[in-house]
Design a binder for this molecule. Structure first.
Ligand code: HEC
Length: 169
């Protein structure tokens, strides 16, 4: 984890790079439109259980996540989810590379829900002086679309997000 944080930070020229936090802890809850959503560690993707309980239903959610991704995310995060999208090159910090094993396996789905819904502007002061271009998706996507795109990120890369109770790597 530290290695990843360092290499990500090291690509940025302005000091004091060492003080920046690439992956701050998510807040305990967030307001999504008018609804308060708890993001405690136990919160999991509401559609994740379908993977076991209803394979067809699960696939429908992953397919919807794929649609959401290729309509909204690939410009920056890349066709192959490797952070090499068309718009990536002008961006600093660069878009997350979901093929990097330091990302998906190290965080819970609630972390990704937070980052996708609140984007760069939602990062706490601990993450400053980042100037993240990651958009705020809560204005454009439904909650379900966000959980679905998280399933897609995981299915496409083959990496599973951490679940509550798993040891920190
Ligand atoms: C305009 C470019 C852009 C678009 C479009 C975009 N992102 Fe991002 N995203 C970024 C950048 C830049 C970062 C890295 C900085 C940060 O963490 O905020 C990032 C970070 C993230 C992170 C945090 C990863 C981590 O390691 O903490 C997630 C999750 C994410 N994006 C998901 C998405 C999803 C899902 C979409 C589509 C709904 C999307 N992004 C669309 C630019 C973009």
């Amino acid at each position: 984890m530290l290695v990843f944080t360092f290499s990500k930070v090291a690509t940025k020229a302005d000091p004091p790079a060492a003080l920046r936090t690439a992956h701050p802890a998510p807040p305990a809850e967030l307001t999504y439109r008018d609804k308060v959503i708890g993001l405690t560690q136990e919160v999991t993707n509401p559609f994740r259980h379908l993977e076991k309980d209803d394979k067809e239903g699960f696939k429908t959610h992953v397919d919807n996540g794929r649609r959401v991704y290729y309509q909204n995310c690939f410009y920056c995060h890349g066709d192959d989810l490797d952070g090499e999208g068309h718009f990536a090159h002008g961006l600093n910090p660069p878009p997350a590379n979901f093929q990097d094993p330091g990302i998906i396996p190290n965080y819970q789905e609630s972390f990704f829900f937070w980052r996708i819904s609140k984007g760069g502007p939602g990062l706490p002061p601990a993450a400053a002086p980042w100037d993240s271009a990651m958009p705020v998706w809560e204005d454009h996507l439904t909650e379900e679309e966000i959980w679905d795109v998280i399933l897609f990120l995981s299915e496409y890369t083959g990496y599973r997000p951490r679940t509550f109770g798993e040891a920190e790597h």
